[in-house]
Design a protein around this ligand. Sequence first.
Ligand code: AMP
Length: 488
Amino acid sequence: MADPDGREGPRDECGVFGIYGPGHEVSRLAYFALFALQHRGQESAGIAAADTGGYIITQRALGLVSQVFKEHDLQALGGDLAIGHVRYSTTGSNEWENSQPVHRSAGSGGNRRELALAHNGNLINAVEMHAKLRAQGVTFSSTSDSEIIAAALASHPAETIEDAVADVIPQLRGAFSTVVMTNDKVVAFRDPAGVRPMALGKFGDAWCVASESCAFLTIGAEYVRDVAPGEMVVLDADGLTSRQIGDPAAREAFCVFEYIYFARPDSQMGGGSLQVARERMGAVLAREAPAPGADLVIAVPDSGNPAARGYSRASGIPQGEGFVKNRYIARTFIQPGQELRKHGLRLKFNPLPEVVDGKSLVVVDDSIVRGNTTRQIVQMLRDAGAREVHMRSSAPPIKNPCHYGVDMSTREEMVAHNRTVDEIAAHLGCDSLAYLSLTGVYEAVGAADPGRHCDACFSGNYPLQGTTEANGKFALETSLPLAQSAAR
Ligand code: AMP
């Protein structure tokens, strides 16, 4: 299936939120926080909520946040504490069963544990964990690695959820920014490498966590700090408590693609604003890859906007708006189909001939993956009269798949795979093409130590021990046995 921006196939990109806030409208806060995190996943959305000491109620469905929840749903959810999730799928197919929060219970009587869990990332030892749990008699109903974490926690013999988390974290390999709730606390933790983001916020007297701080801006909460790699934070009647679970000396590997594309520009990460970092990427790109003689810099909206501004300022080439974007575009369930696609149905943006006609253009986008978007853009601009099209990407060439939770498609589908920059330019049909260097990315981000990041999609260096092509794709390959296990 293709989505409206021309990219195809499943992705595993998610956003999570959690709040402990008796006296506040926690489900409604979760709803608006998820709304702010919608860019992190548009296939399904869900919220789990509970009154202190009561049952956990979970509502999740395929669709956008605004499609999944109606006013009466939020009233019915209510609660003193809540967690939420938005998702695309790669580990596990696009099915309702794979939407989150995952709801699990295990044990009985005084040993009964009920929890709901929302996870962003991707386990690389899911097959092993799955086999281990099944050998203990645990059954599964989905094809997502998130259910493995939920099952490990629900069936854990430790008396408290905190102790269960402390014991399970060292058994997991991969990326896992996770929020778990029982009926009286929210526990959030990040993997020891801190691959995916997670931030801590304060809403009045209530603590909350979110994948990105933009969610706090939306609900009127204050961004306090990032949850540290390997840290577990507990939000409950005692306020906030924190425990370091992962080895503090473990190699950090925060995803550099969050800075480039994935996170929202109004989010803060690693202490800095992403909008500012992206503008700097454009400025460094202008220094590394100038386009002398060009008339105008234009952005591929919206992802290329900050870098285009930075490129224009640094180069002195004026910036114009070459495209009009449909602001209501989002992944929908109605796909254009071959016939309409062949006729050039453009859902996302149209060029403005009045701006681009006769001009030599520098066109800035944040990244080029398969090259489908760029090819289409170059053609549209030529059709609209552009004299020259000089493509500039504020990310280095993407050549390797992500095994830690961002869909980068397969290596073979990547336009930079086995092609030189000149060959890519010829394939895209542009007059020139240049990419920001990886050193340039780190300069722009202000990273004191690039060794504390993951840049595997560019460099091919996978920082987490034990990463292989196969173990990054757990559910796709094991979905059949999983489905059978659910049917039994
Ligand atoms: P393409 O080269 O056609 O595969 O798509 C590149 C465009 O998709 C760029 O404009 C990016 O802004 C955007 N993009 C890059 N990575 C991702 C991703 N992981 N998920 C969704 N969109 C992406």
